[in-house]
Design a protein around this ligand. Structure first.
Ligand code: NAD
Length: 524
């Protein structure tokens, strides 16, 4: 029987060639109603949709032959992933197909805002000649600070280099070698980037760490007249702080494609000449659409033919098949993956995992779940245990797994270290076949359940530290449910469990204390 795919939303016709070449039948029914899909979906092996089509439990039930759902785009809110997984149906999407379009829009905005092009344009239409008001800047020889040197940030760097700009980046999760290849100087701290840049452009995902990452304190650190762009995700820049910085002259120009609320209800800076605004159109190009279409068609066919897929969203296997020990190891590995970048960053993203004792056969599972946890901290792409190793490779993260006999009295133990050795180490174990615990950080031995809101701080050891930190946390209304503090040769490591997620203000206050050398937070 020939394979058949139903396409329920608009796809550029170019992508149909792939079906023809592969000998897969397809029915192109853009705009088909949900009820009609329910009637006919039983005939198909695969379905390709956009966000318009809800892929519900009901639809998946009716799709008796379905093996794959392809989402032409990134968001999968419209798809019942859990139901698909239960039924063994693979879901694929198309992360990364729009990087060039978004990078080009960024460059467009950069020039538009520093020269006031939209303001001049509007003036002409309104019969006003704003020649004197529009005294702008060149990009040539300016310092460009890129926050987030991933797919899009890298494409922006390549293009900015052609303009003769000096390139800097802050991205704690990429190797220095990646930045070097792009002629970008990788900076260790966000503050260093804020201080040195004439123009700042943001290309990070929206995560706990990046939400509100650019606020009042960060604007204060920037050069007077700085230019700032957010073409990534609304919410990374605190807009109240941005508007204040524009009004007080700190920001000389800015551009936005994304907003905390979309569409924004009202936009206060109506008359500011040096701004460029677009309604979240980063990926709206013919070419991005075509890329996305050929990616989704290729992945759907690969899935149907049993070949490797590029961008899986779910893991359609029965979770119940795993033993409690394996399930506990999955959780432990994933949580250690989340902890690792929070505690140590990924400056040398080469990681070694030792699996000892009766965990030694779990290499593939630990690799997949550790990378899933790690990537979930640094990207907002859909990361799962299937695509995590692929995404990690794309980001230049190298992971090797060694196995061996047990250590001390532990029946099983997992030890994760940065390749550069030193004290960047975490260890964990599963007790009684099901209880997973973290046992060691930076060579301090203890036992803690990796769950909840965990705050870590490193200190130069001296008397009074616990009292002062405890007081500062309590006076902001947080409850501490667990507290550990270890010291060795003037170095102290503290671990606190809080009753809720710590605000940026608390973290900044702790970072500002003279004896604190590092603060990290992770929600597990
Ligand atoms: P990516 O995952 O390839 O790159 C993101 C980079 O940010 C990674 O290198 C990661 O290490 C880095 N990063 C993560 N946390 C960081 C932090 N706290 N500080 C500094 N760097 C950090 O993603 P991408 O495909 O390049 O997309 C980047 C952003 O662009 C995403 O937010 C995405 O949603 C957005 N986007 C916007 C549009 C649009 O229409 N405007 C279209 C597509 C993507």
């Amino acid at each position: 029987m020939k394979l058949r795919v139903l396409i329920t939303d608009h796809l550029p016709e170019k992508s149909f060639e792939i079906f023809k070449k592969e000998g897969v039948d397809f029915d192109y029914r853009p705009g088909i109603s949900y009820e009609e899909i329910l009637d006919i979906v039983g005939k198909y092996d695969g379905i390709i949709t956009r966000s318009r089509t809800p892929v519900t439990k009901e639809l998946l039930e009716r799709g008796k032959k379905l093996k794959v759902v392809g989402r032409a785009g990134v968001g999968v809110d419209s798809i019942d992933i859990e139901e698909a997984s239960k039924r063994g149906i693979l879901v694929v999407n198309t992360a990364g197909g729009n990087r060039i379009s978004v990078a080009e829009l960024t460059i467009g905005h950069m020039i538009a805002c520093v020269r006031g092009i939209p303001y001049g344009h509007r003036g002409i239409i309104e019969g006003k000649w704003h020649k004197k008001a529009l005294f702008g800047h060149e990009l040539y020889k300016k310092n460009l600070g890129i926050i987030g040197l991933g797919r899009i940030g890298s494409e922006v760097a390549r293009r900015a280099l052609a303009f003769g700009m000096n390139l800097f980046a802050y991205d704690p999760y990429i190797p220095e070698s990646k930045a070097e290849k792009l002629n970008v100087k990788l900076l260790k701290k966000l503050d260093d980037l804020l201080e040195i840049s004439d123009i700042i452009t943001i290309h990070t995902p929206l995560t706990d760490e990046t939400r509100g990452m650019i606020s009042h304190r960060e604007f204060e650190k920037m050069k007077d007249g700085v230019v700032i762009l957010n073409i990534a995700r609304g919410g990374i820049i605190d807009h109240e702080a941005l508007f204040e910085a524009v009004r007080n002259g700190k920001v000389g120009a800015f551009a936005l494609d994304v907003y905390p609320e979309e569409p924004p209800e009202d936009f206060p800076l109506n008359d500011f000449p040096f701004m460029s605004l677009t309604p979240h159109i980063g990926a709206n190009t013919q070419e991005a659409m075509e890329n996305v279409a050929s990616m989704v068609v290729t992945d759907v066919i690969n899935a149907l033919r049993g070949r490797e897929v590029r961008s899986p969203v779910n893991f359609p296997l029965q979770e119940s098949a795993a033993t409690p020990f394996v399930k506990a190891y999955k959780k432990l590995a994933e949580r250690m993956g989340k902890l690792f970048p929070a505690l140590f960053g990924l400056k040398t993203p080469a990681i070694e995992i030792e699996l000892l004792g009766n965990a030694r056969n779990l290499g593939d599972i630990v690799r997949a779940y550790f990378l899933k946890g790690l990537l979930s901290q640094i990207t907002d792409a859909h990361v799962n245990e299937i695509n995590a190793p692929y995404l990690a490779k794309e980001k230049g993260i190298e992971l090797i797994i060694k196995t061996g006999d047990g250590l001390h009295n532990f029946k099983n133990i997992i030890i994760v270290k940065g390749f550069n050795g030193g004290k960047n180490k975490i260890a964990g174990s599963v007790f009684d076949e099901k209880y997973y615990r973290i046992l060691n950080i930076k060579d301090f031995w203890f036992e803690i359940e990796p769950r909840g809101e965990l705050l870590f701080f490193e200190t130069i050891d001296m008397p009074g530290i616990i009292g002062e930190i405890g007081y500062k946390i309590a006076s902001r209304g947080y409850n501490i449910s667990d507290l550990r503090y270890f010291t060795r040769r003037k170095f102290g490591l503290g671990i606190l469990k809080l009753d809720r997620k710590p605000g940026r203000d608390l973290i900044e206050e702790l970072k500002g204390l003279s004896y604190i050398t590092n603060v990290a937070y992770v929600s597990l």
